[in-house]
Design a protein around this ligand. Structure first.
Ligand code: THU
Length: 151
Protein backbone atom coordinates (compact mmCIF):
# COMPACT_ATOMS: atom_id res chain seq x y z
CA UNK A 1 0.00 0.00 0.00
CA UNK A 2 1.48 3.34 -1.03
CA UNK A 3 1.75 5.97 1.67
CA UNK A 4 1.33 9.63 0.89
CA UNK A 5 5.04 10.25 1.06
CA UNK A 6 5.73 7.45 -1.43
CA UNK A 7 3.85 9.23 -4.15
CA UNK A 8 5.23 12.71 -3.66
CA UNK A 9 7.66 14.01 -6.19
CA UNK A 10 10.74 16.03 -5.34
CA UNK A 11 10.34 19.73 -4.73
CA UNK A 12 9.66 20.92 -8.22
CA UNK A 13 8.41 24.44 -7.81
CA UNK A 14 10.24 25.68 -10.90
CA UNK A 15 8.86 22.95 -13.14
CA UNK A 16 7.80 24.67 -16.31
CA UNK A 17 4.23 24.11 -17.38
CA UNK A 18 2.81 25.06 -20.79
CA UNK A 19 2.76 28.72 -21.76
CA UNK A 20 5.54 29.72 -19.39
CA UNK A 21 3.69 28.84 -16.19
CA UNK A 22 5.64 27.40 -13.30
CA UNK A 23 4.23 25.36 -10.44
CA UNK A 24 5.32 28.15 -8.10
CA UNK A 25 3.40 30.77 -10.07
CA UNK A 26 0.32 28.55 -10.14
CA UNK A 27 0.59 28.03 -6.39
CA UNK A 28 0.81 31.81 -5.88
CA UNK A 29 -2.47 32.13 -7.80
CA UNK A 30 -4.03 29.48 -5.55
CA UNK A 31 -2.92 31.41 -2.49
CA UNK A 32 -4.50 34.54 -3.95
CA UNK A 33 -7.72 32.60 -4.57
CA UNK A 34 -8.11 31.86 -0.85
CA UNK A 35 -9.36 35.46 -0.71
CA UNK A 36 -12.43 34.34 -2.68
CA UNK A 37 -13.32 31.50 -0.32
CA UNK A 38 -16.65 31.51 1.44
CA UNK A 39 -15.85 29.53 4.57
CA UNK A 40 -17.79 30.95 7.53
CA UNK A 41 -18.38 27.53 9.14
CA UNK A 42 -14.97 25.89 9.12
CA UNK A 43 -13.00 29.14 8.97
CA UNK A 44 -10.64 27.28 6.63
CA UNK A 45 -10.21 29.20 3.37
CA UNK A 46 -8.90 27.09 0.48
CA UNK A 47 -7.85 28.38 -2.92
CA UNK A 48 -7.37 26.43 -6.13
CA UNK A 49 -5.74 27.49 -9.40
CA UNK A 50 -6.43 25.26 -12.38
CA UNK A 51 -4.34 25.62 -15.53
CA UNK A 52 -5.57 24.48 -18.92
CA UNK A 53 -3.29 23.15 -21.64
CA UNK A 54 -3.80 26.34 -23.64
CA UNK A 55 -2.60 28.44 -20.70
CA UNK A 56 -5.90 29.62 -19.31
CA UNK A 57 -6.25 29.99 -15.55
CA UNK A 58 -9.38 29.25 -13.51
CA UNK A 59 -9.28 30.08 -9.82
CA UNK A 60 -11.79 29.46 -7.06
CA UNK A 61 -12.20 29.24 -3.32
CA UNK A 62 -14.22 26.73 -1.31
CA UNK A 63 -17.91 27.57 -1.02
CA UNK A 64 -19.47 26.38 2.23
CA UNK A 65 -23.14 26.05 3.05
CA UNK A 66 -25.21 26.16 6.23
CA UNK A 67 -26.31 22.65 5.26
CA UNK A 68 -22.73 21.51 5.69
CA UNK A 69 -22.80 18.59 3.26
CA UNK A 70 -23.49 20.94 0.36
CA UNK A 71 -20.08 22.54 0.72
CA UNK A 72 -18.05 22.68 -2.50
CA UNK A 73 -14.28 22.39 -2.26
CA UNK A 74 -12.09 24.92 -4.03
CA UNK A 75 -10.80 22.34 -6.52
CA UNK A 76 -14.26 21.34 -7.67
CA UNK A 77 -15.37 24.98 -7.85
CA UNK A 78 -12.40 25.66 -10.17
CA UNK A 79 -13.27 22.67 -12.37
CA UNK A 80 -16.88 23.79 -12.67
CA UNK A 81 -15.75 27.30 -13.54
CA UNK A 82 -13.48 26.01 -16.32
CA UNK A 83 -16.05 23.62 -17.77
CA UNK A 84 -18.65 26.36 -17.82
CA UNK A 85 -16.23 28.37 -19.95
CA UNK A 86 -15.90 25.47 -22.39
CA UNK A 87 -12.44 24.40 -21.15
CA UNK A 88 -11.77 20.79 -20.07
CA UNK A 89 -8.15 20.03 -21.02
CA UNK A 90 -6.12 20.62 -17.86
CA UNK A 91 -2.43 20.22 -17.04
CA UNK A 92 -2.19 21.18 -13.36
CA UNK A 93 -4.04 22.42 -10.32
CA UNK A 94 -2.48 24.07 -7.29
CA UNK A 95 -4.18 24.11 -3.90
CA UNK A 96 -3.45 26.51 -1.04
CA UNK A 97 -4.70 27.19 2.46
CA UNK A 98 -3.43 28.24 5.83
CA UNK A 99 -1.60 24.98 6.54
CA UNK A 100 1.14 22.96 4.94
CA UNK A 101 -0.05 19.54 6.00
CA UNK A 102 -0.05 17.28 3.00
CA UNK A 103 -3.15 15.45 4.19
CA UNK A 104 -5.09 18.69 4.16
CA UNK A 105 -4.20 20.20 0.79
CA UNK A 106 -3.40 17.28 -1.54
CA UNK A 107 -7.13 17.30 -2.36
CA UNK A 108 -9.90 15.19 -0.88
CA UNK A 109 -11.11 12.00 -2.52
CA UNK A 110 -14.17 13.67 -4.01
CA UNK A 111 -12.05 16.34 -5.70
CA UNK A 112 -9.54 13.79 -6.97
CA UNK A 113 -12.37 11.80 -8.52
CA UNK A 114 -13.70 14.93 -10.25
CA UNK A 115 -10.22 15.87 -11.48
CA UNK A 116 -9.71 12.29 -12.72
CA UNK A 117 -12.73 12.68 -14.97
CA UNK A 118 -10.71 15.18 -17.03
CA UNK A 119 -7.31 13.51 -16.67
CA UNK A 120 -7.02 12.08 -20.15
CA UNK A 121 -3.54 10.55 -20.01
CA UNK A 122 -2.69 10.22 -16.29
CA UNK A 123 -0.62 13.40 -16.45
CA UNK A 124 -2.73 15.92 -14.56
CA UNK A 125 -0.66 17.38 -11.71
CA UNK A 126 -1.71 18.50 -8.25
CA UNK A 127 0.58 20.98 -6.47
CA UNK A 128 0.28 21.52 -2.72
CA UNK A 129 2.39 22.63 0.22
CA UNK A 130 3.87 20.15 2.66
CA UNK A 131 6.16 20.94 5.58
CA UNK A 132 7.44 24.16 4.06
CA UNK A 133 7.91 22.74 0.57
CA UNK A 134 5.80 22.84 -2.56
CA UNK A 135 5.17 19.33 -3.85
CA UNK A 136 3.53 17.87 -6.90
CA UNK A 137 1.94 14.53 -7.57
CA UNK A 138 -0.24 13.27 -10.38
CA UNK A 139 -3.92 12.74 -9.76
CA UNK A 140 -3.38 9.08 -10.61
CA UNK A 141 -0.66 8.85 -7.92
CA UNK A 142 -3.08 10.21 -5.35
CA UNK A 143 -6.09 8.24 -6.57
CA UNK A 144 -4.69 5.18 -8.35
CA UNK A 145 -7.97 3.32 -8.70
CA UNK A 146 -10.53 5.82 -9.78
CA UNK A 147 -14.15 5.05 -10.44
CA UNK A 148 -15.02 4.73 -14.12
CA UNK A 149 -18.42 4.06 -15.59
CA UNK A 150 -18.34 0.53 -16.95
CA UNK A 151 -21.05 0.92 -19.55
N1 THU B 1 -11.75 21.77 1.31
C1 THU B 1 -11.37 22.13 0.04
O1 THU B 1 -11.73 23.22 -0.44
N2 THU B 1 -10.57 21.28 -0.66
C2 THU B 1 -10.17 20.05 -0.21
O2 THU B 1 -9.51 19.31 -0.94
C3 THU B 1 -10.52 19.61 1.14
C4 THU B 1 -11.37 20.53 1.94
C5 THU B 1 -12.63 22.67 2.07
C6 THU B 1 -14.01 22.16 2.29
C7 THU B 1 -14.43 22.92 3.53
O3 THU B 1 -14.99 24.15 3.14
C8 THU B 1 -13.13 23.19 4.27
O4 THU B 1 -12.08 22.89 3.36
C9 THU B 1 -12.95 22.35 5.52
O5 THU B 1 -13.13 21.00 5.24
Amino acid sequence: MATVTDVLHANDAEKVLPNGWTVKRLYDEARQATQCAYAPYSGFAVGAALLSRDGRLFTAGNVENGSYGLTICAERAAVVKAISHGVSDFVAIAVAGDTDRVETLASCGACLQVLAEFDRDDSLLVAFPSSGRLLIATVSDLLPVRFRMGL
